[in-house]
Design a protein around this ligand. Structure first.
Ligand SMILES: Nc1ncnc2c1ncn2[C@@H]1O[C@H](COP(=O)(O)OP(=O)(O)OP(=O)(O)O)[C@@H](O)[C@H]1O
Length: 295
């Protein structure tokens, strides 16, 4: 377990105010423990960043929280409810949304369609109240109630336009263009828009500014700051430490699967173990920046 910097509480059980609570989360790949006994609490409205050298286990941790991978040990709770082995779809239904390090959009779908996918978990008119009845009834309802479905879809399209407006003129003018025709940065924005369309309670952002230039990075930082100001709870993986320092309520440092430090940004930045972990992996901030610029 990592040291707590400027924070003496490290409770063994989930605090009642936690939206997300991880206890002893562990994932092994053969002889490698990619995530090693991680405890983490995220209070509602908090923005916590996870930093650490390449291969530290950050993305694997995200995969465990979002159901893309199954832990070998430990527990995940969302708002006090155990959700450890839930599927990604079920977790999305519970309000967990994420973006991916390398960006994942459907190239042949338009910007609008890509973002609508995020809203799908919230469709009411075509969704039966009991999940047991499943997709067949969903289809039946869609056929029987086209007016309600159309009305709901139009409402969602309006919502999507509102979400896209958050990105200024980056996406709105391209709303009907296929995602494959977009720039890399715009594809990443579409992915974030899709995550927002889910109206998440918890948003996990995996290197949202990877491959972005300084102007684009500043814009993305502004958007994340806005989301935080609106009360969204955010878990952020980011290599750009300046951004991490500006945005985070708390920073967690991972190295070789373990949490090696946790606390306020500046304290963590100056922590001897953290400096050693970065230098030990040959990854100074300058090297990280160079990597991002080159991406
Ligand atoms: N599916 C897998 N099978 C085997 N090993 C894996 C798998 N996924 C991740 N790993 C290994 O687990 C370790 C942690 O990887 P992970 O991608 O979580 O690190 P990271 O901190 O996100 O790194 P980066 O900053 O480079 O994205 C690495 O050594 C990686 O090679």
């Amino acid at each position: 377990m990592g040291s707590e910097i400027g924070n003496s509480t490290n409770a063994p059980v989930a605090s009642p105010a936690s939206l997300l609570s991880l206890r002893g989360l562990t994932r092994r790949f053969g002889g490698l423990t990619a995530v090693d006994d991680i405890d983490l609490d995220l209070a509602k409205g908090e923005l916590v960043s996870i930093i650490g050298p390449n291969g530290a286990g950050k993305t694997t941790l995200f995969n465990l929280v979002t159901g893309l991978d199954r832990p070998d040990g430990g527990a995940v709770r969302l708002d006090g409810e155990p959700v450890t082995h839930f599927s990604p779809e079920k977790l999305a239904g519970h309000g967990i949304a994420r973006t991916f390090q390398l960006g994942r959009v459907f190239g042949n779908l338009s910007v609008m369609e890509n973002v609508l996918i995020g809203a799908h978990t919230r469709l009411r008119a075509v969704k039966p109240a009991t999940p047991l009845i499943g997709p067949l009834l969903e289809l039946g309802l869609a056929l029987l109630r086209p007016a309600a479905v159309r009305a709901e879809e139009e409402r969602l399209r309006e919502e999507v336009r509102g979400i896209l407006a958050r990105f200024g003129e980056r996406l709105l003018p391209r709303i009907d263009q296929p995602a494959y025709s977009l720039s890399y940065a715009n594809r990443r924005r579409v992915e974030i828009a899709r995550a927002l369309a889910l109206k998440p309670r918890l948003l996990l952002l995996d290197e949202p500014t990877a491959g972005m230039n300084p102007t684009e990075t500043t814009e993305m930082q502004g958007l994340v700051a806005e989301l935080k100001a609106e009360g969204l709870t955010i878990l952020l993986i980011e290599h750009k430490l300046d951004m991490v320092m500006r945005l985070s309520d708390r920073v967690v440092v991972m190295d070789e699967g373990k949490k090696i430090a946790e606390g306020a940004g500046e304290d963590v930045r100056n922590d001897a173990k953290v400096i050693e972990a970065y230098l030990g992996h040959g990854l100074s901030q300058r090297a990280a920046d160079a990597r991002e610029t080159a991406a």
